[in-house]
Design a protein around this ligand. Structure first.
Ligand code: SF4
Length: 505
């Protein structure tokens, strides 16, 4: 049998790391080789998604999607994991927290009068500490504005009237969601950003990763970065998604399996019938949290779903890449999603996996639905679906923070399926949730004391965000359980960590 190391009972039945230990199976089952030349064996793969072995008698080497993007961006015909290459950047994003630092590096190294390498490839998105009276936070947005004016930056999503975000049509909100909604995420390209969750954009079949302010300062001046080509881990997710699961459960399953360091400086490539069935927003959730496993990037190949999403968002031509059948992977994991159950990550680490139903005695003080991970339109539709299934009101304060201005609009206009035309906002109001707040990162990362829904007391919070380290949402003694929007809504209804199946029949 395949090797497994698991913390949830029974999980080995559906999560297999395929390794050299599986010698002795028929050659037809040998589907790839790793960079250490381990044999990787398929244990649970449906035939449809299994790749063919070489028929030449020798193993041809190919490239993964990530390697192909590196090769193209470095103007080489081939690259290999571990190689350092100069990469041409397609999009550089920075926000109000890191932008001033990156701009400072740029000015120091290139001079006060220097111009950025391409004013149409730099995207400035204030999103973190916006609705606050904190002067330093406000000044950071001012610095972005000055820089945007000075450099004639085409894509600056400004906010000047903090009292009414709707009076700022340019203002978007959380950078990773805004990047997608505004058409900056394109297959085959290189997108870097001064935020670790820039990996979200891997959902579009592009190489997307977080960088530091020094690298960003350099890239602002040159449009280039020296990057090491990451080796790739392959995750094959197959099976019809149970209707009580969301992509958040899938990524919590994976992080719980491989740990917060299990993918350190590796690409995490997601394939399989389940992934193919996911919407773009769900794919973004999957890629969003690869950095919680140490991943350099997450990546999903572009397909009809991707192209449809992009149809009305960009006119920039792009060229998708696809992994070769002989591409080399460090390891391959196979997951039968039909066997999974709703999960949480318990305090204080995203890999502290537990079944939601096994945490049913955990009393909550609050529920938070928001962020780049769990504050998208579909996340709120999912939460509303659970609330709709109950006549009850929420038992604990339940905070609603849409990621972007578009998501905020959707809460008031998009009908929730099966509700007879009700919107999320109507369902949230009936259930007694707090009114939707202004779009931003909100309390996801704590921030200044007056940030909406910041956890200023040592409370227990169930959150659709992506990190639960001590102090992440404010108070250092606070406890954060990470979960899907389904689980968040179910837990809000009971005031305890609750498996959403209790409300979804
Ligand atoms: S929502 Fe949270 S995780 Fe996402 S960019 Fe903002 S602070 Fe970071």
């Amino acid at each position: 049998m395949a090797t497994s190391s698991l913390i949830s009972s029974g999980a080995s039945l559906f999560f297999n790391k395929i390794s050299q230990k599986d010698a002795g199976v028929s050659p037809a089952q040998v589907i790839t080789t790793s960079i250490q030349q381990k044999k990787i064996l398929s244990v649970m793969a449906p035939q449809t998604s299994e790749r063919k072995p070489s028929t030449t008698g020798s193993v041809k080497t190919g490239m993964t999607m990530t390697e192909k993007i590196f090769a193209r961006a470095s103007e080489k015909s081939k690259v290999s994991p571990g190689e350092n290459v100069w990469v041409n950047v397609d999009v550089l994003m920075t926000h109000d927290v890191c932008g001033p630092g990156a701009i400072g590096v740029f000015k120091k190294e290139f001079g006060d009068n220097a111009k950025v390498w391409d004013s149409e490839k730099v995207v400035l998105i204030p999103d973190h500490y916006i609705f606050t009276s904190d002067e330093r936070a406000n000044r950071n947005v001012d610095i972005l504005r000055d820089f945007a004016n000075e450099q004639n930056i085409k894509y600056f999503y400004d906010i000047t009237d903090r009292g009414n975000f709707k009076a700022n049509p340019d203002y978007k909100g959380v950078c990773h969601i805004a990047l997608a909604q505004e058409g900056h995420c394109r297959p085959g390209e290189v997108l870097v950003g001064t935020d670790s969750h820039t990996c979200t954009a891997g959902a579009f079949g592009q190489f997307a990763t977080g960088i530091g302010n020094t690298d960003a300062g350099f890239a602002l001046g040159t449009g280039k970065l020296l990057l090491k080509v990451p080796p790739t881990l392959r995750f094959v997710l197959d099976g019809e998604m149970p209707d009580y699961l969301l992509a958040k459960d899938l990524i919590l399953q994976i992080i719980g399996e491989i740990s917060v360091s299990g993918a350190t400086y590796k690409a995490m490539e997601f394939v399989g019938s389940t992934v193919e069935s996911l919407s773009m927003e769900e794919r973004m959730t999957l890629c969003n949290m690869v950095v919680e496993a140490g991943g350099k990037n997450g990546i999903i190949q572009a397909d009809a779903t991707t192209f449809k999403y992009l149809e009305d968002k960009t006119s920039v031509p792009f060229e998708p890449v696809y992994s070769d059948t002989q591409a080399r992977y460090v390891a391959e994991y196979r997951i039968d999603v039909t066997k999974l159950e709703p999960l949480v990550a318990k305090p204080h680490s995203p890999d502290n996996r537990g079944l939601a139903r096994e945490c049913k005695d955990v009393k909550l003080d609050r529920v938070y639905i928001g962020s780049c991970t769990g504050g998208k339109t579909e996340d709120f539709l999912a939460a509303a679906k659970v609330l709709l299934a109950s006549d009850d009101k929420v038992k604990v304060p339940t905070f609603i923070v849409p990621a972007t201005q578009k998501v905020w609009m959707d809460l008031y206009t998009v009908p929730v399926p099966g509700s007879g035309g009700k919107t999320c906002s109507q369902i949230f109001e009936r259930a007694g949730c707090e009114p939707p707040n202004s779009p931003s990162c909100g309390a996801c990362v704590g921030g200044p004391l007056d940030i909406y829904a910041r956890m200023n007391e040592p409370q227990v919070c169930l959150s659709t965000t992506n990190r639960n380290f001590p102090g992440r949402m404010g108070n250092k003694e606070g406890q954060i359980y990470l979960a899907s929007p389904y689980t968040a809504a179910a837990s809000a209804l009971t005031g305890l960590v609750t498996d959403p199946r209790e409300f979804m029949h």
